[in-house]
Design a protein. Structure first.
Ligand SMILES: Nc1ncnc2c1ncn2[C@@H]1O[C@H](COP(=O)(O)OP(=O)(O)OP(=O)(O)O)[C@@H](O)[C@H]1O
Ligand SMILES: [Mg+2]
Length: 373
């Protein structure tokens, strides 16, 4: 059985434009294969922008994905474990097929894509500011009727496994009962470290309380000033296996650097950002540096590495990083920054200086906070 899902984009000036159609052939509710075609009026419009520079360049031709995996630029816009579990609750279903998922997502999540139900002509941008989040006492409340609607229309739709809420301008992440450390505080500290290590576009974050829960509230970097959206694409989507759309099993920081060199504006600047992230990930022991935790962003002026997100120290000892750099089993330390720079093809001196300044700032900040206690 085949279904056609209209694909829309929310532009930075907050208009909604139809980009094209995704035709999916299902077998027992599982994807058998899919095709995507840009609408000709989109191709000729001044707002046209490729959905993915690797797998969906702007073309009149039908893009064929003869594989049971959806293309990464669609997959990226779907809710992950957390959003899917809420949809399953709403359907009172133990399991959730990709067909059920595509048929039951509502609204847009992070980034600019909006996947419509078959036949949808004019979707609306879901407004999440009108909900009074302070009424939430517990995460389980989200499965209640009162909140479930909010959760399904976007609030819980962002990617990732951690429970979170999406509002018009913030991403709110919760600690999990199984966490061994206070992840919200730790991530907040890491984002501040990034900000003070030369990654000046890192979004501001705060620790807030919702009911019983301590949460990390981060400003969204995919929103324009007019309340429109910017295009986001994870490195996972860009590095899927051509022909099969399978996720890569083993990847390197060098693979991200190759994508940056091929597709980004001012690649040297983006490579310095990537090196900063690699050095910080080593210093704070963020071993969860997988490809969905790196994204490219396009604000209408070309592709660039997105601001930093999901940088959290691992509570385990002796864990390998998800990505390798310079062929070593552990990430390169700050003292060996030249090796890392060489692997990414850039001079690393200024980057290493900034990361040292950030770590010094962090040490002073920690001491100052302790002496105030
Ligand atoms: N500040 C932000 N603004 C806009 N989008 C963001 C922001 N931070 C994260 N995202 C998007 O939301 C998604 C989920 O965020 P994040 O990776 O922080 O959550 P997570 O649940 O901890 O993920 P993981 O499963 O890796 O632990 C990311 O893949 C990214 O696309
Ligand atoms: Mg993540």
């Amino acid at each position: 059985m085949s279904k056609v899902y209209p694909i829309f984009r929310i532009t930075p000036d907050r208009s909604i434009i139809k980009v094209g159609d995704l035709a999916v052939q299902f077998e027992n509710s599982r994807v058998r294969q899919s095709q995507f075609r840009y609408k000709s009026s989109y191709l000729s419009s001044s707002d046209s922008m490729e959905l993915c520079p690797v797998f969906a360049p702007l073309t009149n031709e039908v893009l064929d994905f003869k594989t049971p995996h959806l293309p990464g630029f669609i997959d990226d816009a779907l809710p992950d474990a957390w959003g899917r579990s809420l949809i399953a609750v709403s359907l009172k279903s133990r399991y959730l097929s990709v067909e059920q998922l595509l048929d039951n997502i509502r609204g847009s999540f992070t980034g600019d894509l909006l996947i419509g139900k078959p036949g949808l002509v004019s979707p609306e941008i879901n407004d999440i500011s009108s909900y009074n989040l302070s009424g939430i006492k517990d995460l389980e409340d989200l499965a209640d009727k009162q909140w479930l609607d909010m959760a399904l229309t976007g609030a819980a739709g962002s990617g990732g496994a951690r429970p979170k809420l999406l509002t018009n301008d913030r991403l709110i992440k919760f600690n999990k009962a199984s966490d061994k450390i206070d992840v919200c505080e730790a991530e907040h500290a890491c984002l501040e470290l990034c900000l003070n290590s030369g990654l000046t576009d890192t979004p501001p974050s705060d620790i807030i309380r919702l009911g019983e829960h301590k949460c990390l509230s981060v400003e969204r970097f995919d929103m324009s000033e007019q309340g429109g959206r910017y295009r986001l694409l994870t490195l996972n989507a860009l590095l899927k296996q051509p022909g099969t759309n399978q996720d890569p099993y083993h990847c390197r920081y060098e693979d991200i650097a190759d994508i940056i060199r091929k597709h980004c504006v001012d690649p040297d600047k983006q490579l310095r950002k990537l090196l900063t992230l690699a050095l910080i990930n080593h210093e704070v022991k963020n071993t969860d540096d997988h490809l969905r935790n790196f994204s490219l962003i396009n604000r209408g002026d070309g592709w660039a590495l997105s601001p930093a997100y999901d940088i959290v120290p691992s509570a385990e000892t002796g864990e390998y990083h998800q990505l390798t750099l310079s062929g070593k089993p552990y990430l390169v330390s700050l003292d060996d920054h030249e090796d890392a720079g060489e692997a990414l093809g850039i001079n690393s001196d200024s980057v290493a200086t900034k990361v040292r300044e950030g770590l010094d700032w962090y040490a002073c900040e920690t001491l100052a906070n302790r002496s105030l206690r």
